[in-house]
Design a binder for this molecule. Structure first.
Ligand SMILES: [Ca+2]
Ligand SMILES: [Ca+2]
Length: 478
């Protein structure tokens, strides 16, 4: 017992007993100090990992014309289930009045419709975070969901504060159409204003921080005001065989992998899936979904490389803007005996639909009752960034998927393939053992100076079966 204040302690510091207690006390203090240091280090590491993770995540803003063609609502259902994959910095609703007849939502403004979908997401939130803690809180999303009507500044202010924020990452902007009864795009208004108020250099610096996976509603800023955008992927065009690219999404995905809208989305999967409208011109149209499927980090795509392929297909230079980093869906893939643009999406269609199904399950099921994607690794490398390797022509290369795993304990099947169109080596590279855990192949003698893309695709045996990928780009030296 400690002596009372003013009370003399009769504890003799020089007795052997006191020395023993002193030694024990010192040792305990040392241990506590070490523990404290470890705790601080662990906390710092956690923060570092979190901030590194945050740096890797893309920042994005969606501008939707929800309230017109109900396919925006279809796309929003899917988009919200991927909100864990990015930093969603804003959702701007740019249609002040829902179109009678075509749009049957009980809410009659673009903002009302968008908020209704986020509120439904909110009802699923406590379940969703059991599957991925990165899902943003519904209040956070609601706070970032604003009107972009002509008579308000909310959309304009949201874009300005996001792009001007001190953050090294660019902002991806996704316009989902601004037609017939919509306000002027908030991004166009922002660019007009920045050009007016900040001068040429200020305008250029601002524009440099933007990337577009988007419809083009920003003229003259896209075509004629210098400098051009750093990167624009048009996921809507060009027309090919009479169909624009976004018209192909429905045809290629509606039943891919056995997908069944009624079974997998509309019933038994909670209030968000139940809001998926069905009165679109194309069944499951989702004309705007490819803007963000392009940005889903799958392990095989890189948004800065439109020609490498993604869940939104593969993109080549937009010939109507020569010399610019503007891309559209004009590429073809050789796949299953045909060479066609559809293949650039069809090859992943079952995977992305099964992934959507799993996330709808997450809305209503606990972690142990739902499936989650496996983790695909090559040569032990975790993460989803593209892997690079340099090897000499004619040498043997061994790639191992040995440390890939599945958190549900599912069995996995392995597939390695050469994504010929993504690399610069003009021919297909023959792969033997392409369904085993380890791939051993010879780099062609004539591949010096070229790149060869190898993609590992894993599929688990859960319900629905989920895929994971990892891409390695082999740079071939002499
Ligand atoms: Ca739209
Ligand atoms: Ca699994």
């Amino acid at each position: 017992m400690l002596p009372e204040r003013g009370q003399e302690s009769n504890f003799n510091m020089h007795s052997p007993e006191a020395e023993l207690w002193f030694a024990i006390g010192t040792a305990l203090l040392t241990i506590m100090r070490h523990l404290l240091i470890r705790l601080v280090l662990a906390a710092t590491c956690c923060l570092l990992i979190q901030s590194m993770g945050a740096e890797e995540r893309l920042r994005l803003i969606v501008e939707t014309d929800a309230g017109g063609d109900p396919d925006d609502e279809q796309s929003l259902v899917r988009f919200l289930l991927y909100a864990n994959e990015w930093d969603v910095e804003g959702i701007i609703a740019n249609r002040p009045k829902a179109r009678p007849g075509e749009n049957q939502n009980s809410e009659r403004t673009g903002l009302g419709i968008t908020r209704r979908l986020i509120l439904a997401y909110g009802q699923c939130y406590s379940n969703l975070v059991q599957h991925d803690s990165r899902y943003p809180a519904p209040d956070l999303l609601l706070g970032r969901t604003v009107a972009g009507y002509d008579d308000v500044e909310d959309g304009v202010n949201l874009i300005l504060s996001s792009v001007d924020r001190d953050d090294p990452r660019p902002v991806w902007f996704l316009n989902w159409g601004t037609i017939q009864g919509c306000a002027v795009s908030s991004l166009k208004r922002v660019l007009d204003r920045v050009r007016r108020e900040r001068g040429e250099a200020g305008y250029a610096a601002f524009k440099k921080r933007l990337r577009l996976s988007s419809d083009n509603e920003f003229e003259p800023h896209t075509s004629s005001v210098q400098p051009p955008f750093e990167l624009w992927i048009d996921t809507f065009r060009p027309p090919l065989e009479g169909k624009r690219w976004y018209h192909r999404f429905s045809a290629l995905t509606a039943t891919a992998g056995g997908f069944d809208l009624r079974r997998d989305v509309l019933s038994g999967h909670g209030p968000l899936g139940a809001l998926y409208p069905t009165n679109t011109t194309h069944w499951q149209k989702e004309g705007d979904s490819m803007t963000f499927l392009y940005l889903v980090p799958t392990g095989m795509n890189d948004p800065m490389q439109p020609g490498w392929g993604s869940w939104a297909g593969r993109y080549g230079t937009n010939e109507t803007f020569p010399g610019l980093h503007y891309f559209w869906a004009n590429q073809k893939d050789q796949w299953r005996g045909s060479n066609h643009r559809d293949n650039t999406l069809a090859r992943w269609a079952a995977d992305l639909q099964n992934d959507f199904r799993a996330r709808l399950n997450w809305c209503v099921r606990s972690r142990s009752n739902a499936n989650h994607s496996p983790v695909a690794t090559i040569n032990g490398k975790q993460g989803k960034e593209i892997l690079w390797l340099s090897r000499a022509a004619g040498s043997m290369l061994r790639l191992s998927a040995e440390s890939s795993h599945d958190s549900d304990g599912n069995k996995m099947s392995y597939e390695w393939f050469n994504y010929q169109e993504a690399g610069t080596y003009g021919s297909a590279v023959a792969l033997t053992d392409s369904t085993s855990k380890t791939l051993l192949f010879k780099i062609p003698e004539d591949a010096s100076g070229k790149t060869i893309h190898i993609v590992l695709r894993l599929v688990d045996d859960g319900t629905p079966p989920l895929a994971a990928y990892r891409r390695m780009v082999v740079e071939v030296s002499k």
